[in-house]
Write a protein that binds this ligand. Structure first.
Ligand code: DX5
Ligand code: ZN
Length: 225
């Protein structure tokens, strides 16, 4: 089932509760929270205190995308703050299996993220323990970037291997998802659709979320998903 995950990176940080609730009314079912540390990516956003406040603003699951170095150091704090899903970058985790076990050990659902230039088959060994795999469809760090078409081959690979091995992880895409790209992402096999700029960019989050979700559902119906 396709789901829309509004990314608060493009929301108004002074009005997060208002914006999150608007996106929820428009059909968003999981809130995507971009955590950046100024080291792993060239931008800084937010950390556990903001997650803790968001936890009071919505009952939807909070999907925390950690674009940070040494994520192990912060997993307990995100759990404490009320995060539900936590994904870490393959590129930031030399001991990825241990990091994923730590996420599970703190009662959260584990995901792995791969950058556009990273081969997808590096996650093959750990697929059975994942709740989701996040394929970056832009280079992480900023909202409003252009969708990188070639990354959809990774989505197709994931969908194929999941079916062949009867696995259960979900396939998430993040970056440049908008009206002109959502159909091809869904038809490639993506089902968790992160969208920042396309939802919050112009101040009409409810309407934008609703129309993007409609486009995604239509693509799912007409495609192979
Ligand atoms: C990028 C973030 C994304 C970002 C996507 O580093 O991981 O979640 O918000 O933004 P859009 O949808 O604007 O490309
Ligand atoms: Zn993200």
């Amino acid at each position: 089932m396709v789901e829309l995950l509004p990314s608060i990176l493009s929301a108004d940080f002074a009005n997060l509760e208002r914006d999150v609730q608007a996106a929820e009314r428009g059909g968003g079912t999981v809130i995507h929270v971009d955590v950046m540390d100024g080291h792993f990516v060239p931008n800084i956003t937010l950390g556990p205190p903001v997650v803790k406040s968001l936890r009071k603003a919505t009952r939807l699951p909070l999907d925390c995308h950690l674009m940070i170095e040494n994520p192990n150091d912060f997993i307990p704090a995100f759990a404490e703050a009320g995060a539900n899903w936590v994904s870490v970058h393959y590129e930031a985790c030399p001991h990825l299996h241990r990091t994923l076990e730590m996420i599970v050990g703190h009662g959260m659902k584990p995901g792995v993220v791969v950058n556009p230039a990273t081969r997808i088959d590096v996650v093959e060994e750990i697929l059975p323990m994942l709740h989701h795999v996040l394929v970056m469809t832009v280079n992480p760090g900023f909202g409003g970037q252009q969708f990188l078409q070639f990354t959809l081959d990774k989505v197709r690979w994931l969908a194929k291997i999941r079916a062949e091995r009867k696995l259960t992880f979900r396939i998430e895409v993040d970056g440049g998802i908008a009206h002109d790209t959502v159909a091809e992402a869904v038809q490639a096999g993506a089902e968790l659709l992160v969208a920042g700029n396309a939802v919050f960019g112009d101040g009409h989050a409810e309407q934008n979320a609703a129309s993007l979700l409609l486009a995604a559902r239509l693509a799912a119906k007409s495609g192979q998903v």
